[in-house]
Design a protein around this ligand. Structure first.
Ligand code: FES
Length: 450
């Protein structure tokens, strides 16, 4: 498909037009063409365990309410009153029986139905059909191992098909540390902060930018990890870990895995009770997963704007677009629900030191993304594209150490910008397509590396 937006992404020369990081018209089109059609992560089920529990989330620029109803089902609704658009919920999270609009008083049940209208008799002669004026629901909701996703498009493929084999990488973030399915809970609360940069730069970084390690040298030099080093930088890890880029280009997802030979998997050097818990969990993981337990940690991005870190503390990060040059970052921290308080406290301390607006490592990246966004604005520079040609050959190197890994064929050992190239190719497909049929047709054409 050779459309207006495909022309901004050159598959041949691996160049990307810098206007896609700064142009407000393109930003508005992204809301209609991507965020109104894609599956978007909206929260974790552990945030709303009881009937009436709710959490305010975002799907692109649209505010949504994630809420559990009396039957235990989870609903996702646009957070705006059908009368004149006012937010019907003004709190970040809580428990309620009704969402009552503070403007003229319409009220909605936790199933989204309109249940109360002031002046129903005097103003509407009892003729307003309440069944037609409930909160706007999303078209589909899916729960994958506790992670809740939603889409506005009834024609969207299932979440399982949307994720494809990327779900095996996502499992590393959602499953318990010992390899049992699920069992994670959100801890600390959700950190939210604003960065003056385009949302795609962050998604691109987490999809597999192994090339940017120079940015984090200060972290290693200062030593912020448990033993005064970065996390898991013990000798066994440093000398034996292999970093692997994994791309699912036909869907726009990708990430980085760490491979560690079996003899080092449960040799984590943390002290005392913390170390005991990790070593026991790592051993149980080896027993449960066999050779696939050698895949550890890493980061990834699910197209378009959900990223994750799969090493401890596990983290889900959503890059909520605000404008072409502003992003609201939301960060969830996932701990094993059954881990002891001492381990949770250790993880909490580590998360706050490493991640988020005050964490040393993620702050490095935020400065990069801010600078890159500032460099994308302005009439003089807009005709100079960005270069995405690192490791252009990007040859697949089947993961010989783990031939049975479900995504072994998608591996590239070491750094490449192949995943970023795949991400922007996917972006151009979505931006030029008008419906899901067209998106699927273009995705099917992508074979191998881009
Ligand atoms: Fe909500 Fe009027 S805007 S009742």
């Amino acid at each position: 498909m050779a459309g207006e937006f495909s022309a901004m992404i050159s598959a041949k020369t691996s160049q990307v037009d810098r206007k896609i990081f700064s142009d407000e018209e393109i930003f508005r089109e992204e809301q209609r063409r991507i965020f109104a059609k894609a599956w978007i992560f909206v929260g974790h089920e552990s945030q709303i365990p009881n009937a009436g529990d709710y959490f305010l989330s975002r799907m692109g620029i649209d505010p949504v309410i994630l809420v559990r109803d009396k039957s235990g089902s989870i609903g996702v609704f646009h957070n705006s009153c059908r009368h004149r658009g006012m937010r019907v919920c003004r709190y970040d999270a809580g428990n309620t029986r009704l969402f009552t609009c503070s403007y003229h008083g319409w009220s909605f049940g936790i199933d989204g139905k309109l249940v109360g209208v002031p002046g129903m008799k005097e103003g509407y002669c009892n003729k307003l059909d309440k069944s037609e004026w409930g909160l706007i629901p999303v078209a589909k909701i899916a729960n994958y191992k506790g992670a809740i996703w939603a889409t506005w498009d009834a024609d969207a493929v299932s979440l399982e098909e949307y994720l494809g084999d990327m779900r095996y990488m996502l499992d590393l973030a959602l499953d318990s540390h010992d390899g049992t399915e699920g069992g994670s809970e959100v801890s600390i609360g959700v950190q939210k902060w604003t960065i003056p940069s385009n949302w795609k730069l962050s998604a691109e970084n987490f999809i597999g930018d192994l090339y940017h390690n120079i940015s984090h040298r200060s972290v290693d030099m200062v030593g912020i990890g448990p033993e005064g080093t970065s996390q898991r930088r013990d000798e066994g890890f440093i000398n034996n870990a292999t970093l692997v880029s994994v791309g699912f280009h036909e869907r726009g997802h990708g990430g980085i895995n760490v491979y560690l030979p079996p003899e080092y998997v449960d040799a984590r050097p943390y002290p005392g009770e913390i170390g005991e818990w990790f070593r026991a969990a790592d051993k149980a993981r080896k027993d449960r997963l066999g050779e696939n337990a050698c895949i550890l940690g890493g980061v990834g991005t699910v197209f378009p704007n959900m990223s994750f870190r799969a090493n401890q503390p596990r983290q889900i990060i959503v890059w909520n677009p605000v404008s072409a040059t502003e992003t609201e970052v939301w960060s969830w921290y996932l701990f094993d629900a059954k881990s002891p308080d001492s381990v949770k406290a250790f993880m909490r301390e580590y998360a706050l030191r490493y991640c988020g607006p005050a964490g040393m490592t993620e702050r490095d990246d935020m400065e990069n993304w801010q600078g890159a966004t500032e460099g994308s604005v302005g009439g003089v520079v807009e005709s100079f594209p960005y270069n995405y040609a690192y490791n252009l050959a990007d040859d697949e190197q089947p993961f010989e150490a783990l031939p049975n890994l479900p995504y072994a064929k998608n591996a590239v050992i070491g750094a490449t910008e192949g995943n970023a190239r795949g991400f922007y190719r996917q972006w151009s497909i979505w931006m030029d397509a008008t419906n899901w049929d067209e998106i699927r047709r273009e995705q099917m054409k992508i074979k191998g590396r881009i």
